[in-house]
Design a protein around this ligand. Structure first.
Ligand SMILES: Nc1ncnc2c1ncn2[C@@H]1O[C@H](COP(=O)(O)OP(=O)(O)OP(=O)(O)O)[C@@H](O)[C@H]1O
Ligand SMILES: [Mg+2]
Length: 471
């Protein structure tokens, strides 16, 4: 539960806000007499402060200044009367995180508060996370604290200590290239080049000359000797992206390069030793490709020395708020826009959606929203239609199991709680009802409905039979 302190000289306003915010689940303190405020500020646990600019005795600006100097971790929102925008701007300059104009919309204030507290929480979590993962080692751009991502980080760290070939699998947009770069930076090759080549983007003969280089005159247009990526990446890492889509012939040549650690340029005669670490990536199922005769099994085993899979976003939905925040910050900064707020419903849409394009798709959605949304708050209306009303297959299935029935599910939940409350209250129905927050009558009704009375009686009879004293 977060603690909010509100300072204002209008008692009615304090009362109203107090009720509204308590309903939202915050612990609320109010303060009418600003002379006492320094005491409170010094001694109380506080997560957010809301303060009127115009106060008797001490000004709101003084309070703000005090907080910035003595409790800089507490975000401050100022309340100011309509028409005194100049003061509001001064407050922002003095370190307030936001202001609201009186008379204000309570809903808007709720969103501002929720967002600020969320930001604060993320910041704290991120600091913790970074410390845990020793962020100095380059995971800094990879966002995600889910268990699945923690496993990825640990695998990256482990494989960075070796020089073995690594195969990274995973759906499109899950961060395979990002993981490869992190692995490279962490490895002893980290200061040497990381060379990335997309094997699916080039026709066979061009790809071959890109990878292995060519000798002058080996084909029309080869006017000079040219180094291939295997040589450019010397002492560094060569990232073979979309390796599953290489042609059979290229696969043969790759296999030879990996086995012999030597290459020959196209049209060249010299054998050139290579010193590179190979990381390959694919979003195809290579085992299946082998079955179909489209991928060489020997190459698969050469690449698959260490392997890990990047988890799809729908399987790590707890990372979604972190990613939203990260990309929002990135694009607001890039486009020089004021940081936007996110209405709570947006998180729901994002968590329900299946994200077939994974992190890349989420990043694109946020970029687009920042570019075209002029309002300060991102709501469901700012989102592309396919996120709010996704085609059926793009809704995450996890929440609703097959053959689900809401009514039966609710009954099961009710039965479970009634059972637990009855145990806790030693079978006393009035106590049970009060534990469950329902009236005695409703409880009786439910017990009848679920046939729990009978079960109760039988149990009691059995129990008394068991404990009958032996004569
Ligand atoms: N964990 C993450 N944290 C932050 N950004 C991420 C993360 N994972 C992916 N991204 C971003 O998503 C985009 C896609 O990442 P990347 O290119 O590494 O994915 P990929 O798996 O190689 O995709 P593809 O299979 O389509 O090539 C990039 O812009 C990257 O910065
Ligand atoms: Mg990629």
């Amino acid at each position: 539960m977060e603690n909010i302190l509100i300072i204002d000289d209008e008692k009615s306003l304090l009362d109203l806000l107090s009720v509204v915010l308590k309903k939202e689940g915050y612990r609320v303190k109010t303060c009418l007499a600003p002379t006492k405020v320094f005491d409170i500020l010094e001694n109380e646990e506080l997560d957010l402060l809301i303060c009127d600019i115009k106060l008797p005795q001490i000004s709101g600006m003084e309070v703000l200044k005090y907080v910035r100097e003595n409790r800089p971790e507490i975000p401050v929102i100022m309340i100011t009367a309509y028409g005194s925008l100049k003061q509001a701007v001064e407050a922002l300059k003095a370190g307030a995180i936001d202001y609201i104009l009186k008379p204000f919309d309570v809903e808007e204030l709720k969103i501002i508060i929720a967002q600020e507290l969320e930001k604060r929480r993320l910041k704290e979590e991120n600091i913790l996370l970074k410390r845990n993962l020793q962020e100095k080692y380059s995971f800094e751009n990879m966002i995600g604290k889910s268990k699945a991502m923690q496993e990825v980080y640990s695998l990256i760290e482990k494989s960075a200590g070796t020089d073995s070939t690594v195969l990274i699998t995973g759906e499109s947009g899950t961060g395979k290239e990002m993981a490869a770069r992190a692995l490279h930076l962490l490895s002893r090759r980290g200061e040497n080049p990381f060379v990335s080549i997309n094997c699916a983007a080039l026709p066979e003969n061009l790809l071959e000359s890109e990878l292995f280089g060519h000798a002058r005159g080996s084909f029309t247009g080869a006017v000079a000797d040219k180094k291939g990526m295997f040589e450019v990446a010397t002492r560094g890492t060569l990232f073979l992206d979309e390796v599953g889509e290489t042609s059979p012939w290229t696969q043969v040549k790759l296999l030879r390069a990996l086995q012999e650690r030597k290459i020959r340029r196209v049209g060249g005669t010299e054998e050139i030793p290579v010193d590179v670490r190979i990381i390959a990536a694919t979003n195809l199922d290579l085992k299946q490709r082998i079955g179909e005769g489209k991928f060489r099994e020997e190459l698969y085993y050469r690449l698959n020395v260490i392997a890990f899979e990047m988890p799809p976003l729908r399987k790590r939905t707890e990372d979604i708020p972190l990613l939203i925040n990260h990309f929002l910050q990135k694009y607001c900064q890039q486009m020089e826009k004021k940081m936007k707020r996110i209405a709570p419903e947006v998180f729901n849409y994002f968590e329900m959606y299946a994200w077939p394009g994974n992190v890349r798709e989420l990043e694109n959605v946020i970029e687009r929203v920042v570019a075209i949304e002029d309002r300060e708050t991102v709501t469901g209306a700012s989102l592309p239609r396919e996120i709010v009303f996704p085609p059926k297959k793009e809704i995450r299935q996890a929440l609703i199991p097959p053959n689900f029935n809401l009514m039966t599910h609710l009954d099961d939940v009710s039965k479970k709680y009634i059972g637990e409350a009855r145990m806790l209250s030693g079978g006393n129905l009035r106590k049970t009802a009060s534990l469950l927050g329902v009236s005695y009558r409703s409880l009786r009704h439910l017990i009848d409905k679920f046939g729990l009375k009978e079960a109760d009686r039988l149990e009691r009879e059995e129990a008394s039979a068991e404990y009958k004293p032996q004569l």
